[in-house]
Design a binder for this molecule. Structure first.
Ligand SMILES: Nc1ncnc2c1ncn2[C@@H]1O[C@H](COP(=O)(O)OP(=O)(O)O)[C@@H](O)[C@H]1O
Ligand SMILES: Nc1ccn([C@@H]2O[C@H](COP(=O)(O)O)[C@@H](O)[C@H]2O)c(=O)n1
Length: 556
């Protein structure tokens, strides 16, 4: 998932964070964009790029299953009738959108043979006939996206008349707008749409627009455009495109169409209900149980693996839990503990027999990893402190990340960004990949829940996911997590008894600073009333005894 694409990278970075620093981690991205800048960005929306304006709220329920499918709109109409324009205007009119993609039929032109290419460059290839489109691939990619799975769609070059070798990875859209001259032609495609639109436009206007666009953007000559138009485009429009207008729920004019677009946006907004529904709070409060480190975890958490509480482990935790521990010691012992946890986690990878010859000529019957793809994914920012340990245990491991941030006032998780390794992005690889998911602690379990759901959407099997974490709150969301995803293993360093709701202020100073400051001087934490904190702060769930904010203590 990408944020606000369709503008150049520099401008995008400025829009996301005017200071040029890393993306804001404790605020919703919407707050950094002024409305007119966002509106401009939405109108420039690139095709085949996921666009999000304020993060993706949970799209699944407590059982871990999808609550609903993406809402799909199919837009057909003649070439240059204004289909893309209508799609972009809908995106803009939707305003605050969770995640939306404009999927273009152009991506699904079939791969052409050298003979086809010769004809294409001589304007003698019929690109407007339904046979020119790979309809089964089009429908299967759309079905994947609609079901919330990732898809790797082809990239097409109009200048080369050819499908390129690379593909475009798409994931996470809750609204999909499909546009293309034959978007309403194929019955399988039609069955996937929740709303069908046909853009009706004068032929002269379409021709004039097409000449201008093809000359400026697609490297064509006026003569070539006219030849192709008369030979193929116009007849195909009359035979295949125009007749599909009968399937449309709404006919939109190809110009002066703002009223129609507003009506459509209102209709879509009504259909998209808010699905976040305070999942974090429910996870935190479901069947709380006061477990202590002495309890038998197996009974409640079949796949929770806790490090043996040896004096060494307890010693490391004592240093990490101590609020006076200086940062360099905190980093050192965090890295030690994360190495220890990673060693434990690697035990769950499959090994196969391997025999080697030792330097003295004897045979040694040992083991080697029998899995092709292993990677790590950190939940940012607090998963970062576990990376060093994993890298020590598996050299050169590919790492990805998921930026999951709490919504300011509800504390609900929002998926703001995902950067996943290729072995997860490609479904055929994901099915055989093992993934170490890293986060510092599991409190309510909301972020863990979302991250696991993302991996499952990509086809990673539950049994191949190993969640590595320092602390789990016994009475938090871990129970729901294990119930929803019983085969996901959770490797942790300790189980803490308490999880309580609290309000954190934006700029709470680190503990050492707070301790040294005199009351009333800058850096001293101010005691606020609940109302003041609510107005200024953000809702957080605190694990006790815990280790404090592990990401802040490690990085700041
Ligand atoms: N309602 C409209 N008002 C003004 N110009 C439009 C309108 N719809 C489309 N255009 C212009 O016509 C051209 C072709 O539109 P586009 O949406 O790309 O067509 P299509 O996707 O149907 O091929 C673009 O330059 C676009 O800006
Ligand atoms: N190599 C190609 C492939 C397609 N076309 C033309 O594109 C038109 C569809 O795209 P729109 O954006 O206009 O919907 C279609 O009419 C094809 O003739 C092409 O020229 N070259």
């Amino acid at each position: 998932m990408q944020n606000i694409e369709g503008v150049d990278k520099k401008k995008q970075a400025q829009l996301l964070d005017p200071s040029g620093a890393r993306p804001p981690l404790s605020r919703s991205i919407t707050t950094t964009l002024n409305p007119s800048a966002r509106s401009e960005v939405l109108l420039q929306a690139k095709k085949n790029t996921i666009l999000t304006s304020h993060g993706r709220p949970p799209w699944y329920g407590e059982d871990g299953k999808h609550l609903s499918e993406a809402f799909v709109i199919g837009i057909a109409g003649g070439s240059a009738s204004g289909k893309t324009h209508v799609a972009r205007c809908i995106v803009q009119a939707l305003g605050s959108i969770p995640t939306v993609v404009i999927l273009s039929q152009d991506s699904f032109y079939k791969r052409h043979s050298p003979e086809d290419l010769k004809l294409a460059f001589a304007n003698r290839y019929d690109f407007d006939h339904p046979d020119a489109i790979d309809m089964p691939l089009f429908a299967s990619c759309l079905a994947d996206l609609k079901a919330g799975r990732q898809s790797n769609i082809p990239i097409y070059s109009f200048k080369d008349h050819q499908r390129l070798d690379e593909t475009k990875y798409l994931y996470g859209a809750s609204i999909i707008i499909v546009e293309g001259i034959l978007a309403l032609h194929d019955p399988e495609l039609r069955s996937l749409y929740d709303l069908k639109i046909f853009v009706q436009c004068d032929s002269d206007l379409m021709l004039a627009r097409r000449i201008r666009r093809d000359v400026h953007e697609r490297g064509r000559s006026v003569e070539g455009v006219l030849e192709q138009y008369l030979r193929y485009v116009k007849p195909a429009y009359d035979n295949f495109v125009q007749p599909t207008s009968r399937y449309a729920d709404i006919i939109v004019p190809g110009s002066d169409n703002t009223v129609a677009i507003d009506l459509i946006a209102t209709h879509i907004r009504r259909k998209i209900d808010d699905r976040s529904s305070y999942l974090r709070e429910r996870l935190a409060k479901i069947a709380p149980r006061d477990l202590t480190p002495g309890d038998c975890y197996d009974q409640y958490f079949p796949n929770l693996i806790v490090l043996p509480q040896t004096p060494q482990v307890r010693g490391i935790f004592t240093i990490l839990r101590d609020r006076t521990t200086p940062r360099e010691d905190f980093i050192f012992f965090t890295d030690r503990l994360s190495t220890y946890l990673s060693e434990k986690a690697v035990e769950f990878l499959p090994f196969k027999p391997r025999t080697v010859t030792t330097p003295v000529g004897a045979a040694y019957h040992g083991k080697e990893l029998s899995v092709e793809h292993v990677c790590g994914v950190s939940i940012l920012r607090s998963g970062g402190p576990l990376e060093q340990g994993l890298r020590r245990v598996i050299q050169d491991i590919r790492m990805g990340s998921l930026l999951i941030q709490s919504e300011v006032h509800t504390g609900e998780p929002l998926l703001l960004h995902s950067m996943l390794p290729v072995c997860i992005r490609q479904r055929n690889l994901a099915q055989n990949s093992y993934v170490f998911l890293l986060d510092a602690q599991i409190g309510t379990g909301a972020a863990a829940f979302m991250a696991i759901r993302v991996l499952l959407d990509h086809g990673v099997p539950q049994e191949n996911i190993i969640f590595v974490t320092f602390i789990v709150a016994a009475c938090g969301g871990v129970r729901v997590l294990q119930r929803a995803f019983p085969r996901v293993r959770i490797v942790c360093g300790a189980v803490d008894p308490v999880l309580r709701e609290s309000w954190a202020l934006w700029d709470t100073p680190p503990p050492q600073e707070a301790k040294e400051s005199e009351p009333g001087t800058p850096g001293t934490p101010t005691v606020k009333t609940k109302q003041e904190a609510e107005a200024e702060g953000r809702k957080v769930w605190v694990v006790e005894p815990g280790m404090g904010h592990i990401g802040d203590r490690y990085y700041l």
